[in-house]
Design a protein around this ligand. Structure first.
Ligand SMILES: Cc1cc2nc3c(=O)[nH]c(=O)nc-3n(C[C@H](O)[C@H](O)[C@H](O)COP(=O)(O)OP(=O)(O)OC[C@H]3O[C@@H](n4cnc5c(N)ncnc54)[C@H](O)[C@@H]3O)c2cc1C
Length: 504
């Protein structure tokens, strides 16, 4: 929004939009350089929940910048032909910050425990040098610790302050923010000047239906994160001429979603897997079988899912029937899984520590709601979910035969998961395209500056966190996002304070 002259209601050196993790990290970093910072947060303080607070707390911790750079250089060539999803000139500084995130956090009182397993795509260069940790207290613990730091530094957070427009001067420099603020029960429009710069960190566009339809590879796409991430940042950035990138990229899941609850749930296919995470143990033996089928009742992938990428198998479109046969897909299991703990993850999302939904320990309440379909026979189950009965019965019969032989000739699933489906009731839950985090948004350079259509920085505008993050099509694996939120917040905090103060 171009303004010739503005009368400011308030000013700061740096105005940060969004109080998830990238926002506060940018604010803390800028404040440590001596800047006066103000954070705007659209939610009410009492109900504030973010993708960060709903996260499982996994955190990639590269042992050095070289491992991170080698890994991401290789990862971001995949699916991009001869070019790269993310420029090396951007990846290089980020790799350095990613490698020092853990030290930055620990030196400020945050703490981790070691998480089993490294990043995904272990065969890529550098992957072996990227262990994972978990933040103590998971996403909720991380937010509590960050909030403590923000308070200790005296950084004000204005809640119920929804940023609506970036304000630019005649030279195209971003000099402030217009926000819709609720104070003392009244709605007010505030204009807040930012002499050094504005940091856009309002999270992704998981609840912007138009943006998801226009930019993602398949619709609908649901989210396990906060309903506050409605794409405000995309609109604000586009209004001042930002170039977008990574728009069809995301942490690529399949999820449960029910019409009578706004947020999706991450499936826990194996049951009680939270135990191994919470205690840092090795994987417990798999005790129940399951398969994933399409709308024709056919398997289409190995159920040894690459959980952060499987979404990319869903956009197959049947041009004769004019349907997406894999939307929804179905998670098919039997009594053994039904009796093996809650069906969604209990370490993250609405059923994680934020407890936005209390899922019953024995799944009985959700059976009652009809969220889990059951039948005494496979044919009966097929009829309940509207899948061809012959197709599903054939698939289950073949799968059970593979289990007897211990070999899956169709998709090469590992023997540990080859447990037959033979204990009624047979159960089904729809699996929808879903994401905990979209990757798209305004394009950044290595200093975190947001770029215009020509690739030049928009003066005074920086980006951090999930919106327009450095990740392209593939996600490095659990822990990639929180680490990049810290890295990008720190990059931006270090650079925005170098800006010359301009307020008009
Ligand atoms: C269920 C779940 C599990 C996850 N698990 C992990 C994990 O274990 N490890 C990992 O690395 N990543 C994980 N992620 C991803 C990661 O949590 C997010 O990518 C990351 O936390 C995003 O942080 P952020 O600061 O960019 O945005 P958010 O944490 O989403 O915060 C954005 C904030 O901006 C506010 N906001 C939005 N619009 C405006 C506006 N117009 N004005 C003012 N404020 C605004 C929102 O209200 C919100 O408070 C998970 C995500 C989910 C949903």
């Amino acid at each position: 929004m171009l303004m010739r002259s503005v009368s400011w209601d308030r000013t700061a050196d740096v105005v940060v939009i969004g109080y998830g993790s990238a926002g506060p990290v940018a604010a803390i970093t800028a404040a440590e350089h001596g800047a006066e910072v103000l954070i705007l947060e659209k939610q009410r303080k009492a109900a504030h929940h973010t993708n960060t607070s709903m996260a499982g707390g996994s955190f990639i911790t590269p042992v050095d910048a070289k491992s991170a750079l080698d890994f991401m250089t290789a990862l971001y060539r995949i699916g991009a032909g001869g070019i790269s999803w993310t420029d090396r000139a951007v990846l290089r500084p980020f790799a350095e910050y990613l490698a020092s995130d853990k030290e930055w956090i620990e030196s400020r009182g945050g703490s981790f425990f070691l998480s089993p397993g490294p990043v995904d795509y272990l065969h890529l260069p550098g992957a072996a040098g990227i262990p994972k940790h978990r933040f103590k207290g998971l996403g909720v613990g991380l937010v509590r610790w960050l909030d403590g730091l923000v308070k200790a530094k005296g950084i004000p957070v204005l809640y119920e302050a929804r940023a609506t427009h970036l304000i630019t001067n005649l030279r195209g420099r971003v000099i402030g923010v217009e926000a819709q603020v609720r104070q003392d029960g009244q709605e007010r429009r505030l204009r807040i000047g930012a002499s050094r710069g504005v940091v856009l960190a309002p999270g992704g566009f998981e609840y912007d239906e138009q943006a998801k339809l226009q930019y993602l590879r398949v619709y609908p796409t649901y989210s396990t994160g906060t309903e506050a991430n409605t794409g405000d940042g995309l609109r604000m950035a586009m209004e001042v001429g930002a170039q977008l990138w990574h728009m069809n990229c995301l942490s690529a899941y399949m999820m449960f979603k029910f019409p009578d609850f706004p947020i999706a749930f991450s499936p826990d296919y194996l049951g009680r897997s939270h135990k191994r995470y919470a205690k840092g143990e090795e994987a417990i033996p798999i005790v129940s079988g399951h398969i994933i089928v399409d709308r024709d009742g056919k398997r289409f992938t190995s159920e040894n899912l690459n959980g952060h990428a499987v979404y990319y198998e869903l956009p197959y479109f049947d041009t004769h029937r004019l349907i997406y046969p894999r939307v929804p897909s179905y998670f098919i299991f039997d009594r053994r899984r039904l009796e093996n703990g809650p069906l969604p993850s209990v370490t993250a999302g609405p059923t994680g520590p934020v407890r936005l939904y209390e899922w019953s320990a024995d799944n009985s309440a959700e059976l009652e709601k009809g969220w889990i379909k059951t039948a005494d026979t496979v044919r009966g189950l097929a009829r309940k979910i509207g899948v061809p009965a012959d197709g599903l019965e054939r698939t289950v019969r073949s799968f059970n035969r593979y289990c007897l032989r211990g070999v899956d000739p169709e998709f090469g699933r590992k023997p540990a998961g080859l447990i037959p489906l033979e204990n009624p009731p047979y159960c089904a839950m729809a699996l929808w395209p879903g994401t905990p985090a979209t990757h798209g948004g305004p394009r950044r350079n290595g200093k975190g500056q947001i770029l215009n259509a020509d690739g030049d920085p928009i003066p005074g505008l920086y980006g951090a966190g999930e919106l327009g993050c450095i990740y392209g099509m593939l996600y490095p694996g659990a822990g990639g996002h929180l680490a990049q939120c810290f890295a990008s917040g720190r990059v931006v905090g270090d650079n925005v304070v170098k800006e010359r103060g301009v307020i008009a």
